[in-house]
Design a binder for this molecule. Structure first.
Ligand code: ADP
Ligand code: MG
Length: 355
């Protein structure tokens, strides 16, 4: 069942900046949609509006094509898992998972079967009799998932479900969630401020800044064609240089990037991903202006992060493979020639995407 959100707005108090402004997006049936944005962007508010935990000032929400803007939480058919969605400490894992079904007075044998099925699904079969306090943080969140799924919700809403866990467990649970989703195919909306998490797990990503949707689409498309410099910098990090169009090229100092559609003299921002910066050693024929100095070089596992200072005073962040850097025999202080192998040009003052 898809989730369709149209023109959703929410202001918590008069005079406040609205937390959510005219938000429209669709979470496709059977997919994981990532709602991604910096802290304070309004992600949780959107999710709580979809869940029915908050009421919108304007706009509508439809689940499976049916408007549910005024449907109370319990009747919306949504399951949710929050970062700190506490389990009942005095109940066993089994009882926690069964909770929603018991409240609905389902027959005992039906509850037992369903709980067993869910414990298998979240890979906690041997833990059914434990109390939450006897589980790790990751296991507790998996119980929370089982509890959310118990009542067969139409939609699963996840608000930073792994946010309180340490980095290693978070990575494990990303993979776990992908498997869980492959088995259930339940329409899911995942709120996160972690770009890697959204891009790894979600098939569809909605980017929220300052309460507004700025871009939505498949993760790769957003990465390859961000709509503005802010999105580009937020997803994947980017070098941002101020430049100007001359002779159909955006020029940053003396580095030039093709910009055929922009008028002469237009001020632009040029975005270059760290892995799109190519370094070579200067030769006698290299013009001096593209030569910079390595001011920092750090090996991070299989790749190397470098900073190069250009004569313009700009600093360029570079990511390169370890093999490539080793072959060049360079280190901090080495002079290198900088080339941009991929770049995006944004005209200042609007969000036009040029290349
Ligand atoms: P995110 O989840 O993206 O970090 P939130 O949706 O939690 O963002 O918050 C968006 C904005 O709305 C923030 O400025 C936050 O302070 C405000 N806000 C959220 N919930 C409330 C509330 N219950 N009362 C007042 N302001 C709130
Ligand atoms: Mg939040």
């Amino acid at each position: 069942m898809s989730v369709e959100v149209r023109g959703l707005s929410k202001q918590f108090a008069p005079g406040d900046q609205p937390a959510v402004q005219d938000v429209t997006f669709q979470a496709p049936t059977g997919a994981i949609t990532g709602l991604l944005g910096p802290s304070g962007a309004g992600k949780s508010t959107v999710l709580r509006l979809v869940a029915g935990l908050e009421m919108a000032d304007r706009g509508s929400i439809a689940i499976g094509g049916e408007d549910c803007s005024h449907t109370p939480v319990a009747a919306r058919g949504v399951g949710f898992v929050f970062q700190n969605y506490a389990l009942f400490d005095h109940l066993s894992v089994r009882e926690n998972v069964a909770f929603g079904l018991s409240v609905r007075k389902a027959p005992r044998s039906e509850i037992d079967d369903r709980v067993q099925e869910l414990l298998r699904l979240v890979q906690l079969e041997p833990m059914g009799d434990r109390r939450p306090a006897q589980l790790s943080g990751g296991q507790r969140q998996r119980v929370a998932f089982a509890r959310a799924l118990a009542v067969r919700p139409k939609v699963l809403l996840l608000d930073e479900p792994f946010g309180a866990l340490d980095a290693r467990v978070r990575l494990e649970l990303r993979e776990w969630l992908r498997q869980l989703h492959a088995e259930t195919r339940i329409t899911t909306v995942l709120v996160t401020h972690d770009q890697d998490e959204a891009f790894e797990i979600a098939e569809h990503v909605v980017i929220l800044f300052d309460g507004r949707v700025v871009q939505a689409g498949p993760p790769q498309e957003i990465y390859d064609r961000p709509i503005n410099p802010n999105v580009a910098a937020f997803v994947g990090g980017a070098n941002v240089f101020a430049g100007q169009v001359r002779h159909h090229q955006a020029q940053v100092g003396t580095l030039a990037v093709s910009a055929p559609d922009l008028r002469e003299g237009k001020k632009v921002q040029v975005l270059v991903r760290p892995h799109d910066v190519k370094l070579t050693l200067p030769t006698r024929r290299t013009a001096g202006h593209r030569v910079g100095w390595i001011t920092d070089l750090r090996r991070v596992g299989g790749y190397v992060k470098l900073t190069v200072e250009l004569p313009t005073g700009d600093f360029v962040q570079v990511e390169s493979s370890r093999a490539e850097i080793d072959a060049m025999e360079i280190s901090a202080g080495t002079r290198v020639v900088v080339d941009f192998q991929g770049a995006q040009v944004f005209a200042d003052g609007d969000d036009d995407y040029a290349i």
